[in-house]
Ligand binder design. Sequence first.
Ligand SMILES: [Zn+2]
Length: 349
Amino acid sequence: MKAIIIEPMKPGTARLENIQEPDEREGSVLVEAVAVGVCGTDIEIVEGKYGWAPPGKSHLVLGHESLGRVIDPGPASNLRKRDLVVGIVRRPDPVPCPNCAVGEWDMCRNGLYTERGIKEIHGYMSERWRIEPEYAVKVDPTLGILGVLLEPTTVIVKALEQVASIGRRSYWEPHIVLVTGAGPIGLLAALALKQFGFDVHVLDRVETGTKPELVRALGAIYHSGSVADIGFEPDAITECTGVGQVIQDSIRGVGSGGIVCLTGVGHGGVVTSASVADVAASAVLRNNVIVGSVNANKRHWYRAGQVLARADRGWLAKLITRIEKPENFLNALQRKPDDIKVVIQFSEV
Ligand SMILES: [Zn+2]
């Protein structure tokens, strides 16, 4: 079968290749790939920055934002043939650490977790893949190809749950929230926050185009420019850019008692003038919390499914700005100015 593979840590090795059918040890459920979303993680793996092949193998099948159709549910699952499913990305570490032991692999303490398409387990960019029934999440069939947005939605559902649980440390009535970055994660954050009833503001660099339109279509307010210029102090900020200056402005700009949740992973960039002690002093004097959030566990996958199922299908469809064939995967991995979410489609829904 055809698969998009890489040799980890070796730039320029990404290729579409015929490989063996999926190993039965990867799970009793056999799935036909429908589509796989592409994100910054895939691009960095292809650039050779990180990525780990399964033990004893030299290549890794790429892809962690999956959508597929069940071909064979196997003997031990509640799935049926033709069900649309998405595969959970992370698997608990084998020790396991206390968090993995209770099913919170997103909070793994020892870093020995594995991840499909990233760390030691093949991903989902192959014509067929196998999965353990307990890691296959059924999606609302009316979503069709939009089910491929489930994985990025889980990341945001977990982040918002973190903010909500931190908020319970004291009396807190959040109303007005800011999302920085109007990429797929930021837009899905705005969608979820609107569903949860907040006054939602989204900030990004661009002034025109699909991003501002999608924000306004949700009934949220769009801002371009700096967090310092938005003219109010948000109760919480969901930071989705990973850009140093935006992070610094968010920490400075959040209201007293407010929470800044960091979901973006950036590198380097501009060295800003704020000293760590000054940032800390401001956090102390205003009771602020700055929290990082990554990945998601099964509870978040379930809730993310609810968020997508409730969403307007036309709005979700506009998040997918490009659909490429597997043969053109290199094109899919190229960032273009108007891209929000790029998807590689393996078969018809
Ligand atoms: Zn663990």
